[in-house]
Design a protein around this ligand. Structure first.
Ligand SMILES: Nc1ncnc2c1ncn2[C@@H]1O[C@H](COP(=O)(O)OP(=O)(O)OP(=O)(O)O)[C@@H](O)[C@H]1O
Length: 359
């Protein structure tokens, strides 16, 4: 018969031990009470499916798992929506689709802002694929805790924190999902960001629980949406816009950025090939009357620089640094206009998930 110690050991191995509240064994049946920090049905379902699969893989089909998921949304009501007084502006970098270059844009913009003389932080909230540590050559960094506050890592003048610094390599995405809202709270409120002009938040693609957690945790000053000009990517941009513009969320959209706008081969410097469609994001922003912040072509060294851990804006390449600094200037202009014309954003008190699709 399977023992409690064996089960505990395995739960520790897959890094979910801190979510387990009770274990009981009756013959071949193991009953586990497990905590979820998300009230969303799909999160509970994901947890259930992943636990069943993990148990079957480890203990075989003869052991039956009965999982009781307990929802506990931690300290939200009292702590939710606290301003972070030393952070002047919080900008969420979002995208409708995955892989459109959102993290690449977020990292280059954060460094371009530093070059303009601002104090900048970057929070990588992309639980499904945190790539900021790679882009900043900080994969092996482990932030330390000083007087109960997490110290961000500093790279190229940007203060960085990423869910990727904390999630263990054994940890499946579902567990991170279940714990993410608590982690986001800590990364925002229990970290020593110091004085910042801008905190950029690299969101996961699409719309989902993390987005809701963030708009509940802090007043997001504005959102920037990155997309390729491709038709199907644009459809998802509209969904993202819809989320920020929902009356309950109400985060002003500072503008759209067209990434991978076109390709120019070295041997034909005057030619532009619109591989993903021509100016789709620009046209969308015009039709929706949302500022267009600029376009970034497909450039091999942008990709190489990200993979290498030294974002392209740091290269001695005037074309690339001008592209990002122009976008930055437009973003800051849009922000200044927003701050002049609109009241400060309030952190959101969301009571329903209606209207927000899952990823
Ligand atoms: N303008 C560009 N030119 C060339 N390559 C680019 C450009 N922008 C991004 N890339 C490359 O495209 C890939 C996807 O970019 P990135 O990881 O930033 O996307 P993302 O939208 O953050 O993805 P996800 O959120 O799904 O992880 C990366 O390999 C990146 O280096």
């Amino acid at each position: 018969m399977i023992s409690k110690d064996e089960i505990k050991k395995y739960l520790k191995e897959i890094e979910v031990d801190d979510l387990i509240r009770n274990i009981q064994i009756m013959g071949d049946t193991v009953m586990i009470d497990m905590l979820s920090h998300s009230p969303a049905m799909h999160e509970k379902k994901r947890m259930e499916v992943a636990m069943q699969a993990a148990f079957e893989e480890k203990f075989g089909k003869d052991i039956h798992l009965k999982l009781n998921i307990i929802v506990e949304v931690p300290e939200k009501e009292t702590k939710k929506g606290k301003n972070i007084p030393k952070i002047k502006n919080i900008i969420a970098i979002a995208s409708g689709k995955g892989g459109v270059g959102k993290s690449t844009v977020a990292s280059n913009l954060s460094i371009a802002l530093v070059k303009m003389g601002f104090k900048v932080g970057l929070l990588d909230a992309d639980i499904y694929g945190p790539s900021i540590p790679t882009m900043f050559d900080a994969v092996n960094e482990k932030p330390i805790s000083k007087e109960n506050k997490i110290e961000p890592i500093e790279s190229y003048g940007v203060k960085l924190l990423s869910l990727g610094f904390f999630a263990g390599s054994n940890q499946a995405v579902v567990w991170r999902g279940a714990m993410a809202s608590k982690a986001i709270h800590q990364l925002l409120h229990d970290s020593n960001w110091g004085e910042l002009d801008f905190l950029l938040i690299d969101l996961p693609p699409g719309t989902g629980d993390i987005h809701l957690s963030i708009v509940q945790e802090v007043p997001v000053t504005g959102a920037v949406i990155v997309s390729t000009p491709q038709h199907i990517a644009l459809a998802d941009v509209k969904k993202g816009l819809g989320m920020f513009q929902m009356p309950e969320i109400n985060v002003p959209v500072l503008g759209l950025i067209e990434n991978m706008a076109y390709f120019t081969p070295k041997e034909l410097p005057d030619n532009k090939y619109y591989l993903f469609g021509k100016k789709g994001v620009q046209k969308l922003s015009e039709s929706l009357e949302i500022p267009f912040l600029g376009e970034i072509p497909i450039i091999q060294s942008i990709r190489e620089a990200s993979d290498y851990g030294r974002p392209a804006v740091l290269q001695d390449n005037e074309i690339i640094s001008n592209i990002y600094s122009n976008i930055c200037k437009k973003m800051v202009q849009s922000l200044v206009k927003r701050n002049e014309n609109l009241p400060p954003t309030e952190a959101v008190r969301i009571t329903t998930m209606a209207g927000c699709s899952t990823q």
